[in-house]
Design a protein around this ligand. Sequence first.
Ligand SMILES: [Fe+2]
Ligand SMILES: [Fe+2]
Length: 358
Amino acid sequence: MAGLRASNAIRQLTMRTMRPAVTPVFRLAVKCYTPQEPKFVQIWNARSFHAGQESLEDQSAGQVHFRESKTPHPLLAKPHQLGNAELSISLNHIWSEEEIQDRLGNLYQHRPKTFSDKIMHRIMWGLYRAFNWVTGFKPVNTPVRAVEWRLIVLESFAGVPGFMAAMFRHFRCLRTLQRDHGWIHTLLEEAENERMHLLVCMKMFKAGFVTRLLVMGAQVFMTPFLAAIYVVNPGAVHRFVGYLEETACLTYANIIHQVETKGTPLNEAWAHLRAPGLAKAYWKLSEDAMWIDALKCMFADESNHRDVNHTFATMNSDDPNPFVTKHRADAAMAWRLDSQGLSADVGCHKTLEVKKNE
Ligand SMILES: [Fe+2]
Ligand SMILES: [Fe+2]
């Protein structure tokens, strides 16, 4: 805007001070020139710093997570088209209050044993401390803005390794003409899960210019780094992700604690916020679910990623995926809740009320 005002002032000044002989020509030229912001600034502004504007506006819990298509899936892969015994699609785990409390009370941390474990551990915890310093995150009375942009950067980065690992395993199958043993499904589900965390966060707060730069920088620099290691030693990357998820669990557990602690900036800013419709649909939360309930589900998801990646880190690439049965159970549970119109028991009446009575 300041640029536009300056351009207009220069144009006015030029019009007034022009000599009469050249005035008509210059007048025409100046009139034709309309100062505009550069194209890339216009495009940037049009994005209005918010993800998925129209597609994410629905606030109701009843929205369908995946858009329905009128064309039947060639493999009949939709849960509602199949009987329980034949469920084949992987959906996210629907957490219960008991499961979440259990995981909040047990923040598992793997002790590095091998040389590569130790290197990955050092890199990850070094990044974690640097990230705390850069974002201004504090374990007590952390500024709200620090948490907002921390979550956006964290989730946008956490969505990278699962998708990258799935891609490598997919190409390996094509290259070696051999099967994958079920890993790709779990890795893609993890990538989608992280993407949903990011989109849910984007329903609650906005990303500024610096945050967007950080997100892009993290993707540009960390993706080749992780890919190069995955080619040589896939287990090391899974171990790295396991450590990354440990730090994510710490972050979310701390945020949850601060939101539930009266008098903290996070309590004042977030304790009264309702969960966005997207979060209610994704974790099948009740209509009166609060933002903190969505945070608890995100924490539980991170603890699942931690366990999955630490497990993958100990396995050979051709070992069968031990989580296939869990995916089928998750899909069956999601389908059952949907078909009966029920929600998970995670909700404000179960969480904040308990806290209030203590
Ligand atoms: Fe996440
Ligand atoms: Fe995660």
